[in-house]
Design a protein around this ligand. Structure first.
Ligand code: SF4
Ligand code: SF4
Length: 261
């Protein structure tokens, strides 16, 4: 904390689309209240002024995809008393981690004209390299949860962010269940979005990552029994959470069982 007595906040960006940072900026009314309560010391997307650390609370957006980002995330850990993953890229590898399923050079050659200038590694969540104090789920995050977390940090309270399955939230809202007709990831996805997609008649795409304690391998097997091909299951499970613990294992188990039939 600085002499002003206000906690110092930092927002770092790694490999990401910046959508989660944009969500923070989208709550501009409330951001003014926050700005009065905390000192926004490092937030390159929002301000040209970048004050050096240490910081009280740091948010990291994006997956770690290069040796430079490995160093940056380690530095962020050293600079911040509390370090928070901001969104699914930082928490589970998110969309960038889909590239891990292919040979590194193959992907790069398909996407970039001059892949030889790249210096990238497999996309990993922040926690692969450093300890985290909290995670804000979502692609993008929900601004209310960001505010909840900042307020919690200000008063020293642990924010209550849901970690149970989306189906509970969806059923409480009395949405019609889509599971019989569509590949809905609600049973294994963490709640907290208000079951937005099922509410609009669309299946859950898993953007908030796996809920705590879910049986990913069992769910993948269930989908296969329902007639979905392994590639489809892998695409869906991995869309936002390819590097989440348990996803690769669930897919390996499915492949193993398939090869032994
Ligand atoms: S989690 Fe989604 S919205 Fe946030 S940075 Fe990653 S891709 Fe963008
Ligand atoms: S629609 Fe999806 S999230 Fe909602 S109850 Fe059915 S399976 Fe669960």
């Amino acid at each position: 904390m600085q002499e002003s007595g206000r906690p110092r906040l930092a927002v770092y960006k790694l490999s990401s689309c910046a959508g989660c940072q944009l969500q923070i900026l989208n709550v501009e009314d409330l951001l003014l209240d926050i700005a009065a309560a905390v000192e926004i010391a490092y937030f390159p997307m929002a301000s040209r002024q970048m004050d050096p650390g240490p910081y009280d609370i740091g948010f990291v957006e994006g997956a770690v995809t290069s040796p430079e980002e490995i160093q940056r995330v380690k530095q962020a850990r050293q600079q911040c008393r509390l370090l928070v993953a901001l969104g699914s890229c930082a928490a589970f590898g998110g969309v960038p981690a889909n590239k891990n399923r292919f040979a590194q050079r193959v992907v790069e050659q398909q996407v970039y004209q001059h892949p030889e200038v790249l210096n990238s590694v497999e996309a990993r969540p922040v926690e692969h390299y450093v300890r985290l104090d909290a995670t804000l789920r979502g692609c993008p995050i929900h601004p209310e949860e960001f505010l909840e977390l900042v307020k919690g940090a200000l008063i020293g309270a642990t924010p209550r962010l849901p970690n149970y399955s989306l189906c509970l939230e969806c059923r409480l809202r009395e949405n019609a269940c889509l599971f019989a007709q569509e590949l809905c990831l609600g049973p294994i996805t963490a709640a907290g979005c208000g079951a937005l997609c099922p509410r609009l008649g669309r299946s859950c795409q898993g953007c908030r990552g796996p809920a705590e304690g879910v049986n990913l391998a069992g769910f993948a097997r269930l989908l296969q029994e329902k007639g979905y091909e392994r590639a489809i299951i892998q695409n869906q499970l991995g869309k936002y959470a390819a590097a989440a613990p348990g996803v690769a294992l669930a897919m390996a188990a499915l492949r193993w069982e398939e090869e032994r039939r």
